[in-house]
Design a protein around this ligand. Structure first.
Ligand code: AKB
Length: 318
């Protein structure tokens, strides 16, 4: 059994990935590290939970030693819109902490590291439709710059030290578990809450802004599948393109309307439109499908139905 540390365990991916890893490998084998955000009862009760700063190398080292960690999912990160508010902090959290994790993994002979990249690593020079995995990458947000820098660091540690580090370029992730927090694709989560609670929503992206997206259960499954793939099959140590579907704010609003006919959506773009306008519309993830059998399950209709079902229960709305 791997002995796993998940940083950012109370965050968007961490909240669900930690529970899925505990289900698979046993609660005691998966240590959750959170910082400012309170963990859910389930996260706290299902295995070890530690509170602390994932940018502090000495603290990370003490956790690795205490729990005899051999695998790290280093999920802690500042997302795109939040990054623009404080670029220095985005660099500290997204890049410096990754460097600490890679150094510790190298020094202590850890078996595996997972690190999340993003579609934000692409930029205006990248093709926006069916964006290939290997292409021009010229991001113009600090978040995107941290992601391409992180990918290059991961690749360097693999080539120089043979550290088994793996990564995915996540699209916008949609989940009913964790509320949105600082991303440009967050509208696609918020729209569900507002539709159920107020029957109206104002999108901060234009109605025709198409972006790559994925429902969280697919993202969790894909992440664990990538980490379980034999080393010899992994053909990139930068990051795999990884996608499920692409839609616009108008398309998701129309899909929600099929379930809530009196839902009204308006479109009033703000500063986040400038970020979205530099990202791909659709992604080509053929290498992930070919190398380790990636397949998504949820399309727009299935995801919308499942989101509404779970959020109705969570918000106690009939
Ligand atoms: C964001 O919107 O910042 C993230 C991402 C696409 O990486 N969801």
């Amino acid at each position: 059994m791997p002995k796993i540390l998940v940083t950012g365990a109370t965050g968007q991916i961490g909240s669900e990935l930690t529970l899925a890893l505990r289900e698979k490998y046993g609660g005691d084998n998966v240590v959750a590290l959170g910082h400012k955000k309170e963990p859910t009862k389930e996260l706290k009760d299902s295995g070890p939970f530690e509170k602390g700063d994932a940018t502090d190398k000495n603290f990370l080292e003490s956790l690795i030693d205490q729990y005899q960690i051999d695998t790290i999912y280093h999920l802690v990160g500042i997302l795109s819109a939040a990054g623009e508010e404080n670029p220095d902090n985005a660099w500290l959290v997204n890049v410096n902490s990754l460097k600490h994790v890679l150094d510790l993994a190298k020094e202590k002979g850890l078996k595996q590291v997972f690190w999340p990249s993003s579609i934000a690593a692409f930029g205006l020079g990248s093709p926006r439709d069916n964006t290939p995995q290997a292409t021009i990458m010229d991001p113009n947000t600090i978040y995107g710059i941290t992601k391409i820098s992180g990918e290059l660091l991961c690749n360097y540690y693999y080539n120089k030290y043979r550290l088994d580090v793996r990564s995915l370029r996540y699209p916008g992730l949609i989940s009913y578990v964790t509320p949105p927090g600082g991303g440009t694709t967050d509208y696609a989560i918020d729209i569900f809450y507002q539709a159920l609670e107020h029957k109206t929503y104002t999108s901060f992206l234009r109605e025709d802004t198409m972006l790559p997206m994925m429902y969280m259960p697919d993202a969790i499954k894909g992440t664990i599948d990538l980490m379980e793939t034999p080393n010899s099959k992994i053909r990139t140590r930068l990051s795999y393109n990884f996608t499920a579907l692409s839609f616009t704010p108008k398309e998701i609003a129309d899909e929600i309307k099929k379930h809530i006919p009196d839902f009204v959506c308006q479109f009033v773009p703000d500063r986040r439109q400038n970020i979205a306008d530099t990202w791909p519309r659709t992604i080509d993830d053929t290498p992930a499908r070919r190398d380790w059998g990636w397949q998504h399950e949820y399309d727009l209709a299935k995801m919308t139905e499942d989101m509404l079902k779970h959020l109705r229960a969570k918000l106690k709305i009939k």
